[in-house]
Write a protein that binds this ligand. Sequence first.
Ligand code: CO8
Length: 255
Amino acid sequence: MNNLKIEQDGGVVTVRLHRPHVLNALSAELLTELLDILRPLDKNPQVGCFVITGSERAFAAGADIKEMAGRTASEMAAEDYFSGWEEFAAFRTPKIAAVNGLALGGGCELAMMCDLIIAGESAAFGQPEIRLGVIPGIGGTQRLTRLVGRPKAMDLILTGRTMDAHEAERAGLVSRVVPDGRVLPEALETATVIASYGRPAVTAARECVDRALETGLGDGVLFERRVFHGLFATEDQKEGMSAFLEKRAPVFRGR
Ligand code: CO8
Protein backbone atom coordinates (compact mmCIF):
# COMPACT_ATOMS: atom_id res chain seq x y z
CA MET A 1 0.00 0.00 0.00
CA ASN A 2 1.94 3.05 -1.25
CA ASN A 3 -0.70 5.75 -1.20
CA LEU A 4 -3.08 5.01 1.66
CA LYS A 5 -3.08 4.37 5.38
CA ILE A 6 -5.89 2.23 6.74
CA GLU A 7 -7.21 1.89 10.28
CA GLN A 8 -10.18 -0.04 11.58
CA ASP A 9 -11.95 0.54 14.89
CA GLY A 10 -14.96 -1.72 15.31
CA GLY A 11 -17.31 -1.09 12.42
CA VAL A 12 -15.53 2.06 11.21
CA VAL A 13 -12.75 1.91 8.61
CA THR A 14 -10.64 5.05 8.13
CA VAL A 15 -8.75 5.56 4.88
CA ARG A 16 -6.12 8.30 4.94
CA LEU A 17 -4.91 9.48 1.54
CA HIS A 18 -1.13 9.59 1.83
CA ARG A 19 0.80 11.22 -1.02
CA PRO A 20 2.14 14.20 0.92
CA HIS A 21 4.71 15.22 -1.74
CA VAL A 22 1.87 16.04 -4.19
CA LEU A 23 -0.83 17.19 -1.74
CA ASN A 24 -2.57 13.81 -2.05
CA ALA A 25 -3.08 14.14 -5.81
CA LEU A 26 -5.21 11.22 -6.94
CA SER A 27 -3.24 8.83 -9.14
CA ALA A 28 -4.40 5.69 -10.92
CA GLU A 29 -2.38 3.61 -8.45
CA LEU A 30 -4.09 5.32 -5.49
CA LEU A 31 -7.48 4.53 -7.00
CA THR A 32 -6.52 0.88 -7.55
CA GLU A 33 -5.37 0.58 -3.94
CA LEU A 34 -8.52 2.29 -2.66
CA LEU A 35 -10.81 -0.06 -4.59
CA ASP A 36 -8.80 -3.16 -3.66
CA ILE A 37 -8.97 -2.33 0.04
CA LEU A 38 -12.60 -1.19 0.18
CA ARG A 39 -14.19 -3.76 -2.18
CA PRO A 40 -14.14 -6.66 0.33
CA LEU A 41 -14.86 -4.34 3.28
CA ASP A 42 -17.96 -3.05 1.49
CA LYS A 43 -19.31 -6.61 1.55
CA ASN A 44 -18.35 -7.19 5.18
CA PRO A 45 -21.43 -6.99 7.44
CA GLN A 46 -19.22 -6.01 10.41
CA VAL A 47 -18.22 -2.78 8.65
CA GLY A 48 -20.75 0.02 9.02
CA CYS A 49 -19.03 3.19 7.78
CA PHE A 50 -15.96 4.41 5.88
CA VAL A 51 -14.20 7.66 6.75
CA ILE A 52 -12.02 9.14 4.00
CA THR A 53 -9.51 11.76 5.05
CA GLY A 54 -6.25 13.40 4.01
CA SER A 55 -3.69 15.57 5.76
CA GLU A 56 -3.96 18.88 7.58
CA ARG A 57 -2.89 20.73 4.42
CA ALA A 58 -4.79 18.81 1.81
CA PHE A 59 -7.67 16.39 1.57
CA ALA A 60 -6.64 16.07 -2.09
CA ALA A 61 -5.46 18.69 -4.61
CA GLY A 62 -7.09 16.95 -7.55
CA ALA A 63 -6.26 14.27 -10.05
CA ASP A 64 -2.52 13.76 -10.56
CA ILE A 65 -1.68 16.32 -13.25
CA LYS A 66 1.79 14.89 -13.90
CA GLU A 67 0.29 11.48 -14.63
CA MET A 68 -2.34 12.89 -17.02
CA ALA A 69 -0.44 15.68 -18.75
CA GLY A 70 1.12 13.74 -21.64
CA ARG A 71 -1.80 11.49 -22.51
CA THR A 72 -3.72 11.58 -25.75
CA ALA A 73 -7.50 11.65 -26.04
CA SER A 74 -7.55 8.16 -27.50
CA GLU A 75 -5.44 6.78 -24.64
CA MET A 76 -7.75 8.38 -22.07
CA ALA A 77 -10.80 6.98 -23.85
CA ALA A 78 -9.30 3.51 -24.37
CA GLU A 79 -8.46 3.23 -20.66
CA ASP A 80 -11.73 4.93 -19.69
CA TYR A 81 -9.40 6.85 -17.42
CA PHE A 82 -10.67 7.18 -13.86
CA SER A 83 -13.94 5.34 -14.54
CA GLY A 84 -13.06 3.27 -11.44
CA TRP A 85 -14.15 6.20 -9.29
CA GLU A 86 -17.73 5.26 -10.11
CA GLU A 87 -17.12 1.93 -8.36
CA PHE A 88 -16.04 3.89 -5.30
CA ALA A 89 -19.13 6.10 -5.52
CA ALA A 90 -21.35 3.03 -5.74
CA PHE A 91 -20.10 1.31 -2.58
CA ARG A 92 -23.09 0.67 -0.33
CA THR A 93 -21.28 1.34 2.93
CA PRO A 94 -21.86 4.96 4.04
CA LYS A 95 -18.84 7.18 3.41
CA ILE A 96 -17.85 10.30 5.33
CA ALA A 97 -15.30 12.73 3.87
CA ALA A 98 -13.32 14.34 6.71
CA VAL A 99 -11.82 17.37 4.96
CA ASN A 100 -8.97 19.51 6.21
CA GLY A 101 -7.22 21.88 3.83
CA LEU A 102 -7.60 21.72 0.07
CA ALA A 103 -10.33 19.73 -1.66
CA LEU A 104 -9.73 20.74 -5.27
CA GLY A 105 -10.71 19.18 -8.57
CA GLY A 106 -10.81 15.42 -8.12
CA GLY A 107 -10.45 16.03 -4.36
CA CYS A 108 -13.71 17.97 -4.30
CA GLU A 109 -15.27 15.33 -6.56
CA LEU A 110 -14.13 12.56 -4.21
CA ALA A 111 -15.65 14.41 -1.24
CA MET A 112 -18.92 14.74 -3.18
CA MET A 113 -19.00 10.97 -3.77
CA CYS A 114 -19.22 10.59 0.01
CA ASP A 115 -22.52 10.73 1.90
CA LEU A 116 -21.44 13.42 4.35
CA ILE A 117 -18.71 16.02 4.20
CA ILE A 118 -17.35 17.21 7.54
CA ALA A 119 -15.01 20.14 6.95
CA GLY A 120 -12.55 22.07 9.06
CA GLU A 121 -12.86 25.85 9.18
CA SER A 122 -9.75 26.22 6.98
CA ALA A 123 -10.93 23.81 4.30
CA ALA A 124 -11.25 25.09 0.72
CA PHE A 125 -13.34 23.56 -2.05
CA GLY A 126 -13.07 24.20 -5.77
CA GLN A 127 -13.05 22.86 -9.31
CA PRO A 128 -10.02 24.63 -10.82
CA GLU A 129 -9.71 22.42 -13.93
CA ILE A 130 -10.60 25.32 -16.26
CA ARG A 131 -7.19 26.78 -15.43
CA LEU A 132 -5.59 23.64 -16.87
CA GLY A 133 -7.58 23.80 -20.10
CA VAL A 134 -9.95 21.00 -19.09
CA ILE A 135 -13.11 20.48 -17.05
CA PRO A 136 -13.99 18.33 -14.03
CA GLY A 137 -13.85 14.68 -15.08
CA ILE A 138 -14.91 12.62 -12.07
CA GLY A 139 -18.47 13.85 -11.78
CA GLY A 140 -17.84 17.47 -10.75
CA THR A 141 -20.10 19.17 -13.28
CA GLN A 142 -22.92 16.79 -12.35
CA ARG A 143 -22.65 16.28 -8.60
CA LEU A 144 -21.71 19.88 -7.76
CA THR A 145 -24.65 21.19 -9.80
CA ARG A 146 -27.07 18.82 -8.07
CA LEU A 147 -25.72 19.73 -4.63
CA VAL A 148 -25.28 23.50 -4.83
CA GLY A 149 -27.43 24.41 -7.85
CA ARG A 150 -26.55 25.85 -11.25
CA PRO A 151 -25.63 29.42 -10.18
CA LYS A 152 -22.94 28.40 -7.71
CA ALA A 153 -21.72 25.47 -9.82
CA MET A 154 -21.23 27.76 -12.82
CA ASP A 155 -19.46 30.30 -10.62
CA LEU A 156 -16.98 27.74 -9.32
CA ILE A 157 -16.43 25.73 -12.50
CA LEU A 158 -16.12 28.71 -14.89
CA THR A 159 -13.86 30.81 -12.66
CA GLY A 160 -11.88 28.06 -10.93
CA ARG A 161 -12.12 29.95 -7.66
CA THR A 162 -12.25 28.17 -4.31
CA MET A 163 -14.87 28.59 -1.63
CA ASP A 164 -14.14 28.37 2.06
CA ALA A 165 -15.82 25.91 4.39
CA HIS A 166 -18.51 28.32 5.56
CA GLU A 167 -19.52 29.27 2.01
CA ALA A 168 -19.52 25.56 1.13
CA GLU A 169 -21.80 24.84 4.07
CA ARG A 170 -24.16 27.69 3.14
CA ALA A 171 -24.22 26.41 -0.43
CA GLY A 172 -25.23 22.91 0.69
CA LEU A 173 -22.02 21.10 -0.21
CA VAL A 174 -20.78 20.54 3.32
CA SER A 175 -22.74 18.79 6.08
CA ARG A 176 -20.94 20.35 9.05
CA VAL A 177 -18.10 22.80 9.65
CA VAL A 178 -16.05 22.22 12.79
CA PRO A 179 -12.76 23.60 14.16
CA ASP A 180 -9.85 22.13 12.19
CA GLY A 181 -8.70 19.89 15.02
CA ARG A 182 -12.18 18.42 15.42
CA VAL A 183 -12.60 17.17 11.85
CA LEU A 184 -11.44 13.59 12.27
CA PRO A 185 -12.89 13.11 15.80
CA GLU A 186 -16.26 14.46 14.61
CA ALA A 187 -16.16 12.20 11.54
CA LEU A 188 -15.26 9.14 13.63
CA GLU A 189 -17.98 9.85 16.19
CA THR A 190 -20.51 10.30 13.39
CA ALA A 191 -19.32 7.14 11.66
CA THR A 192 -19.67 5.20 14.93
CA VAL A 193 -23.27 6.40 15.29
CA ILE A 194 -24.11 5.38 11.71
CA ALA A 195 -22.35 2.01 12.13
CA SER A 196 -24.45 1.30 15.23
CA TYR A 197 -27.70 1.27 13.25
CA GLY A 198 -29.16 -1.67 11.37
CA ARG A 199 -27.59 -2.11 7.95
CA PRO A 200 -30.89 -2.65 6.06
CA ALA A 201 -32.27 0.69 7.26
CA VAL A 202 -29.01 2.53 6.62
CA THR A 203 -28.79 1.15 3.09
CA ALA A 204 -32.44 1.95 2.45
CA ALA A 205 -32.03 5.51 3.72
CA ARG A 206 -28.99 6.14 1.51
CA GLU A 207 -30.67 4.73 -1.56
CA CYS A 208 -33.80 6.78 -1.02
CA VAL A 209 -31.92 10.04 -0.41
CA ASP A 210 -29.76 9.48 -3.49
CA ARG A 211 -32.87 8.65 -5.51
CA ALA A 212 -34.02 12.23 -4.87
CA LEU A 213 -31.16 13.42 -7.09
CA GLU A 214 -32.15 11.11 -9.91
CA THR A 215 -35.91 11.16 -10.14
CA GLY A 216 -39.11 13.24 -9.98
CA LEU A 217 -40.94 13.83 -6.68
CA GLY A 218 -43.84 11.44 -7.31
CA ASP A 219 -41.60 8.53 -8.31
CA GLY A 220 -39.22 9.30 -5.47
CA VAL A 221 -41.94 9.33 -2.83
CA LEU A 222 -43.37 6.07 -4.20
CA PHE A 223 -39.88 4.50 -4.18
CA GLU A 224 -39.43 5.62 -0.56
CA ARG A 225 -42.81 4.22 0.50
CA ARG A 226 -42.11 0.83 -1.10
CA VAL A 227 -38.69 0.65 0.54
CA PHE A 228 -40.28 1.65 3.86
CA HIS A 229 -42.82 -1.18 3.51
CA GLY A 230 -39.98 -3.60 2.72
CA LEU A 231 -38.15 -2.77 5.95
CA PHE A 232 -41.04 -4.37 7.86
CA ALA A 233 -39.62 -7.69 6.65
CA THR A 234 -36.46 -7.12 8.70
CA GLU A 235 -35.70 -8.28 12.24
CA ASP A 236 -34.19 -4.86 12.88
CA GLN A 237 -37.56 -3.16 12.41
CA LYS A 238 -39.18 -5.52 14.94
CA GLU A 239 -36.26 -5.01 17.33
CA GLY A 240 -36.13 -1.21 16.91
CA MET A 241 -39.85 -0.71 17.53
CA SER A 242 -40.06 -3.31 20.36
CA ALA A 243 -37.07 -1.69 22.08
CA PHE A 244 -38.76 1.71 21.88
CA LEU A 245 -41.99 0.37 23.40
CA GLU A 246 -40.08 -1.57 26.09
CA LYS A 247 -38.00 1.56 26.87
CA ARG A 248 -34.63 -0.14 26.26
CA ALA A 249 -31.78 0.29 23.80
CA PRO A 250 -32.21 -1.68 20.55
CA VAL A 251 -29.75 -4.35 19.48
CA PHE A 252 -29.63 -4.30 15.69
CA ARG A 253 -28.40 -7.42 13.92
CA GLY A 254 -28.34 -6.10 10.39
CA ARG A 255 -31.04 -8.39 9.07
N1 CO8 B 1 -1.30 16.80 -9.40
C1 CO8 B 1 0.02 16.57 -9.29
N2 CO8 B 1 0.84 17.26 -8.45
C2 CO8 B 1 0.28 18.21 -7.69
C3 CO8 B 1 -1.12 18.50 -7.76
C4 CO8 B 1 -1.92 17.75 -8.65
N3 CO8 B 1 -3.25 17.93 -8.78
N4 CO8 B 1 -1.38 19.51 -6.89
C5 CO8 B 1 -0.20 19.82 -6.30
N5 CO8 B 1 0.79 19.03 -6.79
C6 CO8 B 1 2.22 19.05 -6.40
C7 CO8 B 1 2.95 20.27 -6.94
O1 CO8 B 1 3.33 20.05 -8.28
C8 CO8 B 1 4.12 20.38 -5.99
O2 CO8 B 1 5.07 19.41 -6.36
P1 CO8 B 1 6.65 19.85 -6.43
O3 CO8 B 1 6.97 20.16 -4.98
O4 CO8 B 1 7.33 18.63 -6.94
O5 CO8 B 1 6.71 21.05 -7.28
C9 CO8 B 1 3.52 19.91 -4.66
O6 CO8 B 1 2.32 19.19 -4.99
C10 CO8 B 1 3.13 21.05 -3.75
O7 CO8 B 1 2.30 21.95 -4.50
P2 CO8 B 1 2.62 23.50 -4.66
O8 CO8 B 1 4.09 23.76 -4.52
O9 CO8 B 1 1.96 23.96 -5.91
O10 CO8 B 1 1.88 24.06 -3.36
P3 CO8 B 1 1.18 25.48 -3.18
O11 CO8 B 1 0.77 25.55 -1.75
O12 CO8 B 1 2.04 26.56 -3.74
O13 CO8 B 1 -0.13 25.40 -4.11
C11 CO8 B 1 -2.15 24.43 -4.96
C12 CO8 B 1 -1.16 24.51 -3.79
C13 CO8 B 1 -2.86 25.77 -5.12
C14 CO8 B 1 -3.16 23.35 -4.62
C15 CO8 B 1 -1.41 24.08 -6.27
O14 CO8 B 1 -0.58 22.97 -6.04
C16 CO8 B 1 -2.34 23.72 -7.39
O15 CO8 B 1 -2.91 24.59 -8.03
N6 CO8 B 1 -2.52 22.39 -7.67
C17 CO8 B 1 -3.35 21.93 -8.75
C18 CO8 B 1 -4.80 21.97 -8.37
C19 CO8 B 1 -5.64 21.54 -9.53
O16 CO8 B 1 -5.63 22.12 -10.57
N7 CO8 B 1 -6.40 20.45 -9.33
C20 CO8 B 1 -7.22 19.91 -10.37
C21 CO8 B 1 -6.49 18.82 -11.07
S1 CO8 B 1 -7.39 18.20 -12.48
C22 CO8 B 1 -8.62 17.29 -11.83
O17 CO8 B 1 -8.68 17.01 -10.68
C23 CO8 B 1 -9.71 16.86 -12.77
C24 CO8 B 1 -10.02 15.43 -12.59
C25 CO8 B 1 -10.40 14.94 -13.92
C26 CO8 B 1 -9.96 13.53 -14.14
C27 CO8 B 1 -10.28 13.22 -15.52
C28 CO8 B 1 -10.38 11.77 -15.77
C29 CO8 B 1 -11.15 11.45 -16.96
